[in-house]
Ligand binder design. Structure first.
Ligand code: ACO
Length: 315
């Protein structure tokens, strides 16, 4: 369904802000290296909260922003790679925290790594044939699957959550494109719970290969979604991409001839929060007054799987 409107959004930060200089004390790295290679200056890490807590905080803000009664929500989708537990789903935990236990609500998680929020919105827009008000959340506590002795990964990631509420409406438009391919070489994975690994393991990444994938996948997704929506790149007022690395974004901007001031960036503050990244960026852009009625936007992500996708939005 294309007649879809985001009626509210919100985000939650984890409580501890970790600067690059803090990481210099843990691994052999430097603020200069991290800023130069990634654009990241800080990230937020939680030591007390679980994914469902951050998701709940973001959801409450989205509900407030939308000015609706919580009881209208009849479906909750949480995109995460770091759920509180294997079962129940983080979405069911959020449902309980929102006080929606006793009512008819369909809640479940999805895992599409850093494309999770894009996949969530895409799926939710189709589900609006059945449900009236869908809460889509991207939430992560990546700090629990990061090896804090591995400088290749620990400097990149952060915790957080973002949420959006969607409804059927003629006043908005949403078009989506998603794609996944296998990662047979295991360039980006967290093996925990495989038959061979009896204990939880850490996130492992071949940064160069992921970089290579990202600079192909993002332009491809943007082109595909614009083609579906019958729009041109120059029609887009604001791009909200997955926040992984400033060099990836600059590469994509150059390749697609997008002025960099049309790209929303907050990775300098948040680092890479995987499924939460686009959701946080969307809510923060709105909070900063960067999203106006009638604007045309593209959200785009890429992540482990490999997964990728884009959402075209008319606000
Ligand atoms: N501090 C200092 N030196 C470091 C660090 C660090 N934190 N990390 C790596 N290095 C070293 C390496 O050991 C290497 O040293 P060597 O030359 O002596 O072997 C050197 O720096 C260069 O390493 P590269 O891996 O070549 O550095 P590169 O320029 O490729 O940057 C980076 C690495 C930032 C990871 C980059 O490849 C990248 O951003 N890739 C994409 C990663 C990404 O987007 N991941 C998440 C996407 S999906 C998801 O979020 C789940």
């Amino acid at each position: 369904m294309e007649n879809v409107k985001i009626i509210g959004c919100g985000y939650a930060k984890a409580e501890k802000k970790l600067f690059n200089t803090d990481l210099e004390k843990i691994v052999d790295t430097s603020d200069e290296w991290i800023v130069q290679r990634t654009g990241i200056h800080s990230r937020y890490i939680t030591q007390t909260k679980n994914t469902s807590d951050l998701a709940f905080e973001a959801a409450k803000k989205a509900i407030k922003d939308a000015q609706i009664d919580v009881s209208l929500i009849d479906c909750i989708l949480v995109a995460t790679t770091t759920p509180d537990c294997i079962t129940p789903s983080t979405a069911c935990l959020v449902q309980e925290k929102l006080g929606l236990n006793g009512q008819e609500c369909t809640s479940f998680d999805l895992n599409a790594a850093c494309s999770g929020f894009v996949y969530g919105l895409s799926l939710a827009s189709m589900m609006l044939e059945t449900y009236s008000t869908i809460l889509v959340i991207g939430a992560e506590t990546l700090s629990k699957i990061i090896d804090w002795n591995d400088r290749n990964t620990c400097v990149l990631f952060g915790d957080g959550a973002g949420a959006a509420l969607i409804q059927k409406s003629n006043q908005g438009r949403m078009v989506s494109f998603t794609k996944s391919t296998g990662d047979k070489d295991g360039f980006l994975m967290c093996k925990g719970l495989s038959l061979q690994e009896k204990e939880m393991s850490y996130l492992e990444m071949n940064g160069k290969e992921v970089f290579r994938f990202a600079i192909e996948a993002m332009p491809y997704s943007i082109e595909k979604v614009l083609e579906k929506a019958n729009q041109k790149i120059e029609d887009i007022d604001l791009f909200i991409p997955h926040q992984a690395n400033i060099r990836i974004l600059k590469h994509v901007a150059k390749k697609m001839k997008i002025d960099f001031d049309r790209i929303f960036v907050n990775l300098d503050e948040f680092g890479n929060t995987s499924s939460a990244s686009i959701a946080i960026a969307l809510a923060q852009a709105k909070e900063q007054g960067k999203i106006k009625k009638g604007m045309k936007m593209v959200l785009t992500g890429f992540g482990a799987g490999f997964t990728s996708g884009a959402i075209y939005l008319e606000w």
